[in-house]
Design a protein around this ligand. Structure first.
Ligand SMILES: Nc1ncnc2c1ncn2[C@@H]1O[C@H](COP(=O)(O)OP(=O)(O)O)[C@@H](O)[C@H]1O
Ligand SMILES: O=P(O)(O)OC[C@H]1O[C@@](CO)(OP(=O)(O)O)[C@@H](O)[C@@H]1O
Length: 618
């Protein structure tokens, strides 16, 4: 798969070493909260640093030009260089001694300066909330092509509901409200449709066929009404039913055409030819269906396969001659085919369903270790880790390596380009190297070689065993660390580096607006949560499709979006999600979503997928 916005860890990082000096390891105590808290000490105590040239550190940021002239200093000390040198770089005018506090307070933060300063008019208007944002690309597409009615097509247990839910969570983030109308739920409202056995789905059962058609009508009418209703604001409705015959699809087409409103019908068909995978799907998603309350798993399994056989006897795959646009997904990740699917929304949906996989492997999310700005209560920036942050980086490395013993394969690591993120992962490779050296010293074998043979029970068929074939073949390979700018923290624009309390104090109106609606209100000259989603979108699809476990080392706002997206949290709720510092959130795919575990490596020292430390049930 192509990786347009993935960058391998740059050599420049490899150039710089951050090695721990155990003798100077600082005590493990929470860093003082509040400004100038000294959580980091700023001296790099406890680790050695090889400093990159100042021009390296600042070149791209300065040339980006954002905020220069306006006096907004982006990125704190701008990199890992000497902070004193960093101070001098972006300041216009004569060089003079300037305190850290002054330097990091953007000029625009002092209200008197704000009123008089030559900050661009556009920024002034944004601060005042006067700038209107036009239609998003998605809204534009809907205006042009109409709203969408998606009709799922396929035999039972082919992932139709799963796909419908994936489309919903994705499109909701685009601001295109999506609703699912599941025919099975309508059926279960009727006494004769509840606890239905396979007989109800037999095409020769006239009563059953009538009930199912009636339920499909109710669902379709509600779907079309929701699209027509201004009040409901639905842009995409999914009719989640089997829709396995040409006759049924022709009826849907005719009904859509007869209904008021500008609605485009697209069928989304899913085909799964591997019977073993169908079996897994039934086991995973169907046995707990309300249809089978009171039945044993064996009885439910048997009945569900009879139901599948009933639908198979009449199934007609979508064909071009029907004249209805369709997207067909075959064998999850194998093939996606589109017929008459031009347009932004269909392209997005095709890309999305192409990323869906059946293999189960976890995604682990962690914020960077504590950094200096964090400890001082400042927004954004690019500061380095505090001593406590370094301890977390060490604990994370140890924990991941321990967990790997049971899991059997090393994860890939994706990190933002911010210094604190890179410092958080830098110890991982050293931990891998140490483990290899230990293994060699102990005779060339791996201490956990035996457990690897099964390729990780929980990995569910994830590819690659994370080892390179040298010596006994049991050494860990180099860690795959990808540095991705899409994972950088939300851009606080003109407020980068500001003390959070100053934002509230000097810009109470803007602050209030943002707190009330972080999803849509941007930082002045910066981003909102929707912007973060927009830049994360293709990475999220890569993440879902990734065949190895992924560890994401990033920042609070970015992780809220990733977590919220994967767990299907309403976008408006995401900016309020709690993702604590020094915690690894593990998401294991399960059923239609992800099961969640939380690890605290500083306390527990081990990240163990089989016996995770704290399960999150809510
Ligand atoms: N693209 C896909 N093709 C087939 N099965 C899938 C796909 N994506 C997810 N699944 C699996 O489908 C199961 C859910 O099936 P479900 O969506 O209820 O089937 P249906 O709605 O077709 O009866 C889950 O176990 C999920 O892992
Ligand atoms: O209208 P049809 O095509 O029968 O499709 C709806 C039927 O599909 C099923 C097939 O199992 O959907 P679901 O699995 O989503 O619950 C039935 O529950 C539901 O009654």
């Amino acid at each position: 798969m192509s990786e347009p916005n993935l960058f391998r860890m740059t050599d420049s990082l490899a150039d710089r070493t951050f090695s721990f000096a155990p003798a100077e390891t600082p005590p493990l105590s929470p860093s003082p909260a509040g400004r100038g808290g000294g959580g980091g000490g700023g001296s790099g105590r406890g680790f050695e640093r090889k400093v990159r040239s100042v021009s390296d550190s600042f070149g791209p940021q300065l040339s980006a030009g954002k905020g220069s002239g306006g006096g907004s200093y982006r990125g704190g000390d701008g990199g890992d260089g000497d902070p004193a040198a960093a101070v001098q770089m972006p300041l216009p005018g004569p060089k003079k001694a300037i305190s850290q506090r002054q330097f990091f307070r953007p000029v625009s933060m002092s209200s008197s300066v704000f009123n008089e300063s030559p900050i661009p008019d556009i920024l002034r208007r944004r601060l005042a909330g006067e700038v209107r944002h036009g239609l998003s690309q998605a809204e534009f597409a809907v205006r042009r092509d109409g709203k969408l009615l998606l009709a799922t097509v396929g035999l039972p247990a082919r992932g139709k509901t799963y796909i419908a839910q994936s489309i919903k969570r994705h499109m909701d983030w685009f601001g295109l409200r999506t609703e699912i109308f599941n025919a099975g739920n309508y059926r279960r409202k009727f006494p004769e449709g509840r606890n239905a056995s396979a007989d109800l789905f037999d095409p020769l059962n006239a009563e059953g066929a009538k009930l199912r058609q009636h339920c499909a009508e109710l669902a379709l009418n509600d779907a079309l009404d929701s699209l027509a209703s201004e009040e409901q604001g639905v842009y995409i409705a999914v009719l989640d039913a089997t829709n396995t015959t040409k006759e049924r699809r022709a009826w849907i087409r005719d009904t859509v055409e007869a209904h008021e409103g500008h609605v485009k019908l697209v069928c989304v068909e899913t085909v799964l030819t591997d019977e073993k995978k169908v079996w897994d799907n039934v086991k995973e998603a169907k046995l707990k269906s309300p249809d089978y309350t009171g039945m044993t798993p064996e009885e439910a399994m048997e009945d569900f396969f009879k139901r599948i056989a009933a639908y198979k006897s009449v199934y007609e795959p979508c064909q071009q001659e029907e004249g209805i646009p369709f997207i067909r997904l075959t064998n999850a990740g194998e093939q996606v085919l589109g017929f008459k699917t031009q347009g932004f929304l269909c392209a997005r949906i095709m890309q999305l369903i192409d990323s869906l996989r059946l293999s189960l492997r976890p995604i682990l999310l962690t914020r960077c270790g504590e950094c200096e700005f964090e400890a001082q209560g400042r927004i954004g920036g690019d500061s380095r880790l505090t001593p406590v942050g370094h301890l977390y980086a060490e604990a994370l490395a140890r924990g991941l390596l321990q967990g790997r013993k049971r899991y059997g394969i090393l994860p890939v690591v994706w990190t933002s380009t911010r210094l604190r993120a890179r410092q958080t992962v830098i110890g991982l490779q050293s931990a891998v190297n140490d483990a290899n050296e230990e293994a060699i010293a102990e005779g060339g074998g791996s201490e956990d070689g035996g457990e690897d043979q099964g390729n990780g029970g929980g990995a569910g068929g994830a590819g690659g065993d994370g080892r390179r074939g040298k010596g006994s073949g049991s050494l860990l390979r180099d860690l795959d660390v990808l540095e991705v700018s899409a994972l950088d923290e939300i851009d606080a624009g003109a407020l980068e580096g500001m003390y959070a309390e100053d934002f509230a104090k000097h810009y109470p109106e803007q602050h209030k607006k943002r707190v009330a609606d972080k999803l849509n209100v941007k930082f002045p000259d910066g981003e909102n949560y929707r912007d973060v989603f927009a830049r994360l979108e293709s990475l999220l699809l890569e993440m879902v499709a990734e065949p190895q476990p992924v560890v994401v080392v990033a920042h609070l706002a970015v992780l809220r979006v990733i977590y919220g997206y994967l767990k299907g949290v309403e976008p408006a709720q995401c900016p309020h999600l709690k993702i604590p510092m020094h915690c690894v959130v593990q998401l294991n795919p399960k059923g239609y979503g992800y099961e969640e575990w939380r690890h605290y490596p500083l306390m527990d020292n081990e990240i163990d997928e089989e016996q995770p430390t704290r399960r999150v049930t809510s």
